[in-house]
Design a protein around this ligand. Structure first.
Ligand code: NDP
Length: 399
């Protein structure tokens, strides 16, 4: 049916690319373009032989001219941005110039400030409308599926949703004392930042890891989880009718938190450049270089993830609560696509978002968060492409 340009060739991209190749009716041709072309070539070599035609290219996604030249040469129906949040705006600029649809999984974050928010990308609304192209923001799991779950709950089960708790548990064990499951720099920037949640129309800020709860996750068991700021709160606060509070919790093991605290205390998580032997280095970037590459964790990781949303609200004047979640098994993911479940749970929705734009089921001119589209086709595709969901009408609520 069409062509997709996929930018980035890391953990998430690798899963999305495997899934595009499984879905060759839609993804007839893909181009994998990234900073390090050898990674793209290695993946192509592994996946070649199926129906999807795979091309590769080197690209610096910080450079709009290079991106425009590449898009003009390949002429894709959609650009799927699976590089890092720092590249969102340059890739959106290139999509505007070439009038090509855009999909990503994480909102823009400037390299020198650990503060991610949607304002930079939302500012493109009018330009995308004028160009007649669609930007689908946040088509991973969280953000991504959590927004689709929210739109689904709102469409089918509630007149108003008042409370939403997003719970992200990873009970995977990779055997290392400390490693991150996706890009270490992005991950550590996220978890060392202040937490925050949305309540009664405003942000309430917390210290990092200040709010802790214990939750008994289906198929995983009891885990400590901590309140974090998370990007989908910002858009869901605008898009859920009648919403009073949105919180996001993520589980962390004791070893992870102890190592993180120690690294933080000695300054290794700082993003301020320091002089080292006559060279400027950013401690966090150096730390990334010595930590295990998340893409290599797959073969060692055992256990499951469980990510979902608990809603409380009203339907026909009556209070109701509803929990919807996906459970994903690290070893099963590895067997299928040689990646662990954190990359899998992001890469599959990235493919689905690109597919819905390519086949015209989704796609309105402008810049939209995922919950602004009809959730039904996405929900169906989740069941079909490896992330089935489970519903619970009587969940234990988080206090
Ligand atoms: P990785 O670090 O594994 O991969 C990033 C890829 O982008 C690498 O191939 C890297 O190239 C490439 N890249 C980086 N900078 C550039 C550049 N300037 N030009 C071209 N290519 C570049 O990250 P992940 O796969 O773990 O994460 C990918 C994205 O997914 C991130 O934005 C992350 O925030 C997001 N994410 C979203 C989640 C969600 O649920 N919504 C969950 C997890 C991640 P090189 O190989 O040379 O380093």
């Amino acid at each position: 049916m069409g062509k997709a340009l996929i930018i980035g060739c890391g953990g998430v991209a690798s899963v999305a690319i495997h899934k595009c190749c499984q879905n060759s009716e839609v993804f007839e041709e893909i181009m994998i373009a990234s900073r390090t072309k050898s990674k793209c070539d290695a993946l192509k070599q592994k996946l070649d032989g199926g129906k999807t035609i795979i091309k590769t290219a080197q690209v610096d996604a910080d450079n709009v001219d290079e991106l425009v030249a590449l898009i003009n040469k390949f002429n894709p129906d959609v650009v799927l941005n699976l590089a890092l949040p720092y590249q969102d705006l340059t890739i959106m600029d290139a999509c505007l110039i070439t009038k090509t649809h855009y999909v990503d999984t994480a909102n823009y974050e400037p390299l020198d400030t650990a503060k991610f928010e949607y304002k930079w990308q939302w500012e493109y609304m009018d330009k995308f409308k004028e160009a007649g192209i669609c930007a689908l923001l946040g088509s991973g799991f969280d953000p991504g599926v959590t927004g689709v779950f929210s739109a689904y709950a709102q469409k089918h089960y509630f007149d108003e949703i008042h409370y939403l708790d997003i719970l992200d548990a990873n009970a995977g064990d990779h055997g290392y004392p400390f490693a991150t499951n996706f890009n270490p720099e992005i991950n550590i920037r996220e978890v060392t930042a202040n937490g925050s949640f949305w309540e009664n129309g405003e942000w309430v800020e917390t210290k990092p890891m200040e709010i802790k709860r214990v939750f008994d996750f289906p198929q995983i068991g009891e885990k400590d989880m901590y309140l974090l700021h998370h990007e989908e709160i910002e858009s869901l606060a605008l898009n859920l009718k009648g919403i009073k509070r949105i919180r996001f919790f993520m589980t962390f093991g004791e070893s992870y938190l102890t190592h993180l605290k120690c690294l933080e205390n000695v300054g290794m998580t700082s993003i301020e450049p320091i002089d080292f032997n006559g060279q400027k280095i950013v401690p966090l970037q150096f730390l990334k270089a010595i930590l295990p590459d998340p893409a290599t964790l797959g073969s060692r990781t055992k256990g499951k993830t469980n990510i979902g949303c608990i809603f409380k609200g009203v339907k026909d004047g009556k209070e109701r609560s509803y929990y919807i979640y996906n459970v994903c098994d690290h070893e099963e993911c590895y067997e299928e696509v040689q990646s662990q479940a954190v990359s899998y749970t992001t890469g599959v929705p990235a493919m689905i978002g690109a597919m819905l734009i390519m086949n015209g089921i989704w796609g309105k001119a402008g810049v939209y968060n995922i919950e602004e589209f009809d959730p039904d086709p996405f929900m169906e595709a989740l069941n079909e492409w490896g992330l089935p969901w489970t519903e619970d009408w009587n969940p234990v609520l988080v206090d």
